[in-house]
Design a protein around this ligand. Structure first.
Ligand code: UDP
Ligand code: MG
Length: 307
């Protein structure tokens, strides 16, 4: 066996998962002698980094990067991909929701010639209902609104060929959404299904607001359709307002019930005002992204590493 395997693991406050993850991964990877485990500590405030450095002292398969602060899952993942050395690079979560036992299957598919092996969450019984609903909604809307097709239930658990990792290195977007970027890249892609396990220890780092952020970023980084959407909505509202205006003129000239129209004026002013704010907000998101991207800041800063 001549190829080498990298496993990239973004970790943010995962102190209770590191050791068990390590032992599970080592078990699976013993079949692939040339491997590295690349832990990316994403600004953890607990003992995650200490646990990793302690393991690294006794096992030279372990490499780690520690980011200078919390940069977020996607950027931690990007940092890991940028520094992984393997002929194929597998990324998975630290909380054991992505079963290490699936790794040999991913590698088999890669050896069959696929350059990207994605994983799809199967029947998500073990995930909380709320997460299942928001995730379904998210993928529905992103596929409606953007031109790349993203499979519902696609996880950040995948294998990438060296070629694909090198292609990804060229991307320096601040609003990184790998689940959208990877289908966009092309290459020979396939996917395998898996059953997500319960989170082993600790709590999820994706709360509602964070998921909403990821969703908005996903849509606005891949599509300008929402901008057209605001024009369409504006046109519809303007048409309705015009018809209502005709009706008001009719009431004024041909009936006796032309009352001082306080209610209708207030209602329409508020409605139009609200609508304008939404449209401004959408435009603002894009403008804000331009502003940030334009600075060309690095996506992450490394404070420490052992290789
Ligand atoms: N993560 C990270 N930085 C963050 C948030 C999360 O590196 O700011 C890591 C986290 O340690 C885990 C993975 O990203 O390995 C997925 O996070 P989580 O399990 O909380 O998300 P969920 O599975 O609930 O979607
Ligand atoms: Mg998780």
């Amino acid at each position: 066996m001549t190829f080498s395997v990298s496993v990239v693991i973004p970790c943010h406050n995962e102190e209770d998962n590191i050791e068990i993850l390590y032992s599970r991964l080592t078990e699976v990877l013993s079949a692939y002698p040339r491997h590295e485990l690349l832990f990316v500590d994403d600004g953890s405030t607990d003992h995650t980094l200490q646990k990793i450095t302690r393991l690294a002292e006794n096992d030279n398969h372990i490499h780690y990067l520690s980011l200078s602060r919390n940069f977020g899952h996607q950027h931690a993942l990007k940092a890991g991909l940028d520094h992984a050395s393997g002929d194929c690079v597998i990324s998975l979560d630290a909380d054991l929701q992505h079963p290490p036992a699936l790794i040999p299957l991913l590698i088999d598919r890669w050896q069959e010639g696929y350059e990207v092996v994605n994983t799809l969450r199967g029947a998500q019984k073990s995930l909380p209902l709320f997460k299942r609903i928001t995730s379904a909604l998210f993928y529905k809307s992103i596929n409606r609104l953007s031109s790349v097709e993203i499979n519902a239930g696609m996880a950040d658990f995948r294998l990438l060929d060296r070629k694909v990792v090198d292609a990804l290195k060229q991307f320096n977007e601040n609003y990184l959404f790998l689940r959208g970027l990877i289908p966009w890249l092309g290459f020979r892609q396939t996917s395998v299904a898996f059953e997500p396990a319960e989170r082993n220890a600790g709590t999820t780092k994706y709360h509602f607001t964070r998921m909403l952020r990821l969703g908005l970023d996903g849509v606005t980084s891949f599509s300008s359709k929402p901008l057209y959407l605001s024009i369409a909505v504006g046109v519809v509202i303007a048409a309705v307002a015009f018809l209502y205006g005709l009706y008001a003129v009719y009431v004024h000239f041909f009936t006796d019930n032309a009352l001082p129209g306080w209610t209708s004026i207030t209602a329409s002013v508020l409605f139009i005002g609200g609508l304008q704010l939404i449209m401004l907000g959408i435009t603002g998101i894009y403008l804000g992204k331009l502003f940030i991207e334009n600075k060309r800041r690095p996506n992450y800063i490394i404070s420490r590493k052992n290789f």
